[in-house]
Design a protein around this ligand. Structure first.
Ligand code: ZN
Length: 223
């Protein structure tokens, strides 16, 4: 697919980078990224991916925009209060870049639907705010062989990991089990004996966890 004159102008700052170039921009325009969570993490990610010319962006979030969201969830504006976050995000993405196809999922991602949703995407972004979802996304992406980026934040501390299934550690390699229900972030456990790195065997989540978040929101093999 050749770039149009307006696309060459829009993406000129990408195209002049030898690491991207016209072919790289065409690759971005033909790529599909799923963002799970349109909140504090997913909002700025969606804005930047839209501006960069990702061809298809999926956004999954069951929540509506609330006044208290606006201080950090920068894709949502004051007139959007009460609107589904996925609709608010879709409107902004389309305003930024009409090249982007936006697919919305106005429901929670859970163990029953995640495999069906992620199969259509090249890359997944975890912008969720709870450990159950983060373990679910990790396990599903590792099982499906989908590269994904995890993001987490608590007050002034942030954390990000990009997982390449079969090539890198995954979230469970670092955090074998979810933490207890406390406001403190989990302590890293880099010496975990459970690892999927470099393994040619099919991935199986560790089974020693006693984790018991609400049913249906956790990969069933995880505990
Ligand atoms: Zn792992």
């Amino acid at each position: 697919m050749a770039l149009s004159d307006s696309q060459i102008e829009r993406y000129s700052r990408h195209i002049i980078l030898k690491e991207v170039g016209g072919k790289g921009q065409q690759k971005l325009l033909s790529s599909k990224v799923l963002i799970i969570g349109a909140g504090g993490l997913g909002a700025p990610i969606a804005l930047y991916l839209a501006a960069a010319g990702i061809g298809a962006i999926g956004i999954a979030d069951a929540d509506d925009v609330d006044l208290s969201n606006l201080q950090r969830q920068v894709i949502h504006f004051t007139p959007d209060i009460g609107k589904p976050k996925v609709i608010s995000a879709k409107e902004k993405i389309q305003a930024i870049n009409p090249d982007v196809e936006v697919r919305t999922y106005h429901h929670w991602i859970n163990a029953a639907n995640i495999m069906e949703i992620i199969k259509d995407y090249d890359f997944v972004v975890d912008g969720t705010d709870n450990f159950a979802a983060k373990f679910l996304i990790n396990d599903a992406c590792v099982l499906a062989g989908k590269p994904y980026s995890h993001g987490g934040i608590l007050q002034f501390v942030g954390q990000t990991i990009t997982v390449l299934p079969g090539k890198s550690t995954c979230y469970r390699c670092i955090f074998p089990t979810p933490p207890p229900r406390t406001p403190s972030p989990p302590a890293p456990r880099p010496e975990s004996s459970e690892s999927c790195r470099g393994s040619s065997a099919p991935y199986r989540p560790p089974r020693r966890s006693s984790f018991s978040w609400e049913k249906g929101n956790f990969w069933p093999g995880g505990c």
